[in-house]
Write a protein that binds this ligand. Structure first.
Ligand code: SAH
Ligand code: F3S
Length: 490
């Protein structure tokens, strides 16, 4: 199975249960990161109160919303193609439909979007979704509507997301918004604003509600979850201005993990994304201590070269990262680690690239998400550096990175051969309706014959075969949810 996720291709139309009293039809689809998918659930919740049920048919939609991604140029091109499609449908089948763009492209392009794409009636940034009722009313009256104001406080903590297209087993729960890290290649700090954390109480309540509805796993989401800090609300950068009382009673990410894991001992907990400079040993100990926190950390590094890390404003060295990996393995037995890598950042030499490959050999990542550098307007790298690595060189380096990842991924997957792992059944396997698919604690997708097991059950699966990203095996019984997650077989 291919490990490289081309997230911008994963546009998904979301469907929601109908409310009988609702009369208007919303078509909403999302591109990009998990946060966008999670945000679309908030948007659907806000619009359900305004009389909208979702539909998966463009031809019958009164309102079409696309939640957009700006992370690479290709992601934006994908959205532009979707707008062309909406245009055709509007012209030929559905002349009254209105179109709104949400998310990072909306924030980046602002009102310019209305000029560039005539089909667009509404532009709404990631912090402005509560204004949607007003914006939709404007559009209903025939005016274009724009709100791209970024907020210091908005976390949507008070909105119960409508679970769209849900398998009823796994859900995302957003815990922070924005990012303060200012990696020089990255557009996110500009499109999602400054970092702020959500009230732990509202996080715990959302999770308790999910558990009561039968969900078995949550992924805590943020651009930089390890930076989570709740001190009563407001921006992370204003923490020092908070009262002594607020500072003393603040909740950090490790504490949040303890709270969630202890409150729901039968719920699996995952989180994403971790930033190497912000993840603390307390977080590693929390993972080790709670059986229900999964042994998997997504720990993007971007490059293995100290010089490039500095140019990227990643605030750690190669050596510090390697030491962190050593601590991960010392504290959490059998922890899986995945990466994000960028090939061809400005000024990257062959030597820098070799440093990336050798770091990958050292870490032996389980998975990876690998990209060729794409210059983003407005970022520090775009303003200060020339995009000087030729496209063919970026591609070649990317392929070399992917090759190493395939090899180490396969090596890591082979570790599980002959062992028995605990799997939460999520869905039918894409390749066979006779097999279930679910992940083990290390986040490996595991495929096995259905027998009499059901979606949402925890089962023990004996692994008999693997590819570099998938384990294949057979179920040997239910999990007791108390023993070890990986059993060493004789
Ligand atoms: N902290 C975020 C990271 C968002 S961006 C999170 O929650 O995942 C995801 C990945 O996209 C980054 O780690 C980086 O590897 C890649 N990326 C970001 N900007 C990029 C750019 N300009 N060109 C190529 N890849 C980029
Ligand atoms: Fe982007 Fe760096 Fe934040 S990659 S999302 S600025 S941690």
């Amino acid at each position: 199975m291919e490990k490289i996720i081309e997230e911008e291709k994963q546009g998904t139309t979301l469907k929601l249960e109908s409310k009988a009293s609702n009369t208007r039809k919303l078509f909403i689809e999302s591109y990009g990161c998990q946060m966008n998918f999670s945000d679309s659930e908030i948007v659907a919740s806000i619009l359900a109160k305004e009389g909208f049920n979702t539909t998966n048919r463009l031809e019958e939609a009164d309102l079409v919303l696309v939640n957009t991604c700006s992370i690479r140029d290709k992601a934006e091109q994908t959205v532009r193609k979707r707008l062309e499609k909406y245009n055709r449908v509007k012209r030929e089948q559905n002349p009254n439909m209105k179109v709104g763009v949400l998310g990072c492209m909306a924030e980046r392009l602002k009102a310019k979007f209305l000029e560039e794409e005539k089909i667009v009636d509404m532009v709404v940034g990631p912090d402005a979704y509560k204004d949607l009722p007003n914006l939709v009313a404007e559009v209903d009256e025939g005016r274009d509507a724009v709100n791209v104001i970024l907020s210091k406080e908005e976390t949507y903590g008070d909105i119960a997301p409508v679970r769209l297209n849900s398998n009823g087993v796994t859900a995302f729960v957003s815990i922070t918004r924005g990012c303060d890290n200012m990696c020089t290649f990255c557009v996110v700090p500009f499109t999602r604003g400054r970092e702020r954390s959500r009230d732990p109480q509202s996080i715990l309540e959302e999770i308790a509600d999910l558990v009561s509805k039968g969900f078995k796993e949550v992924t805590l989401l943020g651009q930089n979850v390890d930076s989570f800090l709740w001190y009563g609300g407001g921006l992370k950068k204003d923490f020092k201005k908070a009262s002594l009382m607020q500072q003393a009673t603040a909740v950090d990410f490790a504490q949040l993990l303890h709270m969630v894991a202890a409150a729901q001992p039968n719920l699996r907990v995952r989180f994403s994304t971790s930033n190497p400079q912000d993840i603390s040993d307390d977080v590693l100990h929390a993972i080790a201590q709670h059986r229900n926190i999964c042994n998997y950390i997504h720990l993007p590094v971007q490059s293995g070269s100290n010089r490039i890390l500095k140019e990227m404003n990643r605030l750690h060295t190669r050596e510090e990262y390697m030491a962190l990996i050593d601590r991960v393995h010392a504290i959490i037995p059998n922890c899986a680690v995945s990466q994000d890598m960028i090939s061809g950042f400005p000024t990257e030499t062959e030597e820098d690239h070799q440093d990336t490959l050798s770091l990958m050999e050292y870490v032996k990542y389980d998975y990876g998400f690998m990209f060729a550098y794409s210059e983003r307007p407005g970022t520090m790298a775009a303003r200060k550096m020339e995009d000087d690595v030729p496209e063919d060189v970026k591609k070649r380096r990317l392929n070399e990175i992917i090759d190493v990842q395939r090899r180490t991924g396969l090596e890591r997957a082979q570790f599980f051969l002959g062992k028995t792992v605990e799997v939460l059944i999520e869905k039918e396997s894409k390749r066979s309706d006779q097999h279930w698919a679910g992940r083990n604690t290390q986040n490996y997708m595991t495929i096995f014959p259905k027998d009499d097991y059901k979606v949402g059950e925890f089962v023990m699966v004996k692994v008999t075969d693997c590819t570099s990203a998938t384990l294949i095996g057979e179920a040997v019984g239910y999990s007791d949810m108390a023993g070890p997650l990986t059993i060493e077989n004789d």
